[in-house]
Design a binder for this molecule. Structure first.
Ligand SMILES: Nc1ncnc2c1ncn2[C@@H]1O[C@H](COP(=O)(O)OP(=O)(O)OP(=O)(O)O)[C@@H](O)[C@H]1O
Length: 307
């Protein structure tokens, strides 16, 4: 089984502990999002996994082996860490051809990946003329060149246009559907909700969560019911009679926490409260993530203080 295993992993840079005794496993067949505030240790962990840096202690293995001991590593592990890494004076196609040649991969994969990443029309242009989004697509093409079972991508949606964002979402889902092990770091919470099955969250180098996406949200944000009415007094009275408390949102709607539409709907309609809207308010990943990481953010913005 091609899992990613991180065990008791620590990386120190001088006195700074970038990664602090973390242990987690990334399983095949699902997309695992790798989250955490700036400086949490995500890129360091990915670099340790890819043998680009040495751990101070602990292990980071892919399919039970360290990256540097894999024969033909691109056939096993595809990664995108830095979209700027490609040689600017080469064409996109030549960049991929050079990678294919040095890793003994079939050249036919190059044109296939250029098509798949939408780069075929720009394949013969020099990389230095590429936009950030195009470089990102080239980096993803390079990551998938060896048809790897394990895919590690650091912020793959960075610089992509709206069509590109939809594309990467579908790509990640497909890679997981094919049984690959997919680990993707991201700062875009809405996006992450659309592709991730599972989350691994770091904060200041420590493991804060390793859990299915849905469980992560449900454990931190209580769902509720959102209501708009033309008669707030009648709404509040009726809810209070049944032990519910409605809170008014600044934009005028009301929120009743810890309950469901199926419970509130019959109450308010039986009482004849005029309704403009009655809908479920699910917790979002962003709310849950901010609740977890607020205390851990190394660079959290301080609230503005009036002089
Ligand atoms: N080569 C290095 N030398 C010294 N310190 C480093 C080095 N690389 C990373 N660090 C430090 O290690 C910590 C973790 O950094 P890392 O880049 O892994 O975080 P990250 O979670 O990827 O952040 P971001 O979301 O901003 O990319 C930070 O405090 C960073 O300054």
């Amino acid at each position: 089984m091609t899992s990613i295993d991180v065990h008791d992993l620590t990386k120190e840079y001088g006195p700074r502990r970038a990664v602090d005794r973390i242990t987690f496993r990334v399983l095949p067949g699902r997309v695992t999002a790798f989250l955490g505030p700036n400086g949490a240790g995500k890129s360091t962990t990915l670099r340790l996994l890819l043998g680009l840096d040495r751990p101070t202690s602990g292990t980071a293995t892919l399919a039970g082996r360290s990256y540097t001991t894999l024969p033909d590593p691109l056939r096993h592990v595809g990664s995108l860490l830095d979209a700027q890494a490609a040689h600017g004076s080469r064409t996109g196609r030549d960049h991929l051809l050079a990678l294919a040649a040095s890793n003994r991969l079939p050249f036919r994969r190059v044109d296939r990946l250029l098509e798949e990443t939408g780069l075929a029309p720009a394949a013969r242009r020099r990389v230095k003329t590429y936009s950030l989004g195009m470089r990102q697509r080239l980096g993803i093409a390079a990551a998938l060149l060896g048809d790897p079972a394990v895919v590690l991508l650091d912020e793959p949606a960075n610089g992509l246009d709206p069509e590109g964002i939809v594309w990467i979402r579908g790509l990640l889902r497909r890679l997981a559907g094919e049984g690959r092990t997919v680990l993707v770091s991201s700062h875009l919470m809405n996006e992450t909700t659309s592709f991730a099955d599972h989350l691994v969250v770091l904060g200041r180098g420590r493991l804060l969560a390793d859990t299915p996406l849905r469980d992560f949200i449900d454990a931190r944000v209580h769902p509720g019911v959102r209501i708009r009415t033309t008669d707030p007094a009648a709404l509040k009275n009726e809810l209070a009679r049944h032990g519910h408390h409605a809170l008014q949102h600044p934009d005028g709607h009301w929120i009743v926490r810890h309950t469901r539409v199926d419970d509130i709907g019959p109450l308010v309609s039986a009482a004849g409260v005029p309704l403009l809207e009655l809908s479920a308010e699910e917790g979002t990943l962003e709310q849950a993530y901010l609740a977890l990481t607020a205390a851990d953010a190394e660079f959290a913005a301080r609230p503005h203080q009036e002089a």
